[in-house]
Write a protein of this length. Structure first.
Length: 362
């Protein structure tokens, strides 16, 4: 990606690394003191009496299995519960969808490194994944209720269909309540629909109660000491000064190998809610921009090309940022930057500081 100024669904060209994003009124954040889409089907049932799948993979064939016994704290048992528990530990499985996909497996592997009861390998040892799951505890129900507010609905804006129309909006905000709630719950909109089969999303009103995954990231106790981005596995991890894992997030990387920088980079700017500058010189394929002949500034918002955050790096045009399309993170490729789901990019702003090392490894 390119350097930002910071919203949602824009033409793919909007992610060209050469676009400048200049966060207005940015206050630098100082360094710390040293130290697969779900298969259509009937809506899932949530019942305390339904026994969980013995193997997490058993629930992946049909609709998301979010059932499980009551009584907390207890180990997470279904794929849905595993995803929620992982997210609560900052080991993000990506958009929660009730499936044991590769991003959930990667988050489980990351969780194993922070579990206080990691098994010793040796003859007679239980399978590592089983013990990891045993120690992955839900301390409260995986679902909660959310009440739609008038502020939610007032904040929605339809997305313009041209660059000029987008630049004239007051914000590149959420277009629908479903989109807003999905990101609030770190979840796939498809899962939110299945959890709420009786909701008319096209005519939703204030006061409507919906069921959503109960996921809230804890406030960090400190800034991260450094970040490592794994190109091959497509994830980003933040560590503290003792090299303890603080957070694990799926990320998208550049489609072209030559645009994947390997080595140590450093943070040079941290910008929450940036706007985004579109330069016609960088989009010769856009007849609209060529006819305009001047730059346009797109306003901030979750549907901005770099989402809700831009963390600029000391390689021109490169940064860590959010996205209008969280379900695609780690599954599709970018034009050069490291793209996170908006909720993960927003959290990275809390961990990042000017000068923070970012190591990119193959």
């Amino acid at each position: 990606m390119e350097a930002p100024k910071v919203g949602h669904s824009l033409p793919k060209a909007a992610e060209n690394p050469a676009v400048a994003v200049t966060p207005p009124g940015l206050t630098p954040i100082p360094a710390p003191a040293p130290a697969q889409p779900p298969t259509p089907g009937p809506p899932p049932e949530v019942t305390a009496s339904t026994p969980p799948a013995a193997n997490p993979q058993q629930a992946t064939a049909g609709q998301p299995d979010i059932s499980g016994p009551s009584g907390y704290p207890r180990p997470a048992r279904t794929p849905f519960e595993i995803q929620v528990a992982l997210a609560r530990h900052l080991m993000s499985p990506g958009s929660i969808d009730g499936r044991m996909g590769p991003q959930t497996r990667a988050a489980l592997a990351a969780y194993k490194t922070i579990s206080t009861a990691n098994p010793d390998e040796g003859p007679g040892a239980a399978p590592a994944q089983n013990l990891t799951l045993k120690n992955l505890v839900l301390d409260m129900p995986a679902l909660t209720n959310y009440i739609v507010t008038s502020n939610d609905l007032d904040s929605l804006q339809p997305m313009g269909t041209t660059w000029l129309a987008k630049s004239r909006q007051t914000a590149l905000a959420y277009e629908t309540e479903l989109e807003l709630i999905g990101e609030k719950a770190h979840s796939s909109p498809t899962l939110i629909r299945k959890l709420n089969p009786g909701v008319d999303w096209s005519g939703i009103s204030p006061g409507t109660q919906v069921r959503i995954p109960d996921v809230t990231y804890p406030d960090p106790e400190s800034k991260a000491a450094f970040v490592v981005i794994h190109l091959g596995e497509r994830f980003l991890e933040a560590f503290d000064s003792q090299s303890n894992l603080m957070a694990h997030f799926p990320c998208s990387i550049a489609a072209k190998v030559e645009k994947r920088p390997v080595g140590e980079l450093h943070v040079i700017v941290v910008a929450p809610h940036p706007n985004y500058t579109v330069n016609p010189d960088l989009f010769p394929e856009s007849s609209e921009l060529q006819a305009l002949g001047h730059k346009l500034i797109l306003p901030p918002g979750p549907n901005n090309p770099v989402g809700v955050a831009w963390i600029g790096l000391d390689r021109p045009g490169y940064g860590i940022h959010g996205t209008p399309n969280p379900e695609e993170v780690g599954r599709t490729e970018s034009h050069g930057c490291f793209r996170l789901a908006n909720w993960d990019a927003e959290y990275m702003v809390k961990l990042a500081w000017l000068g923070m090392p970012v190591e990119v490894v193959p």
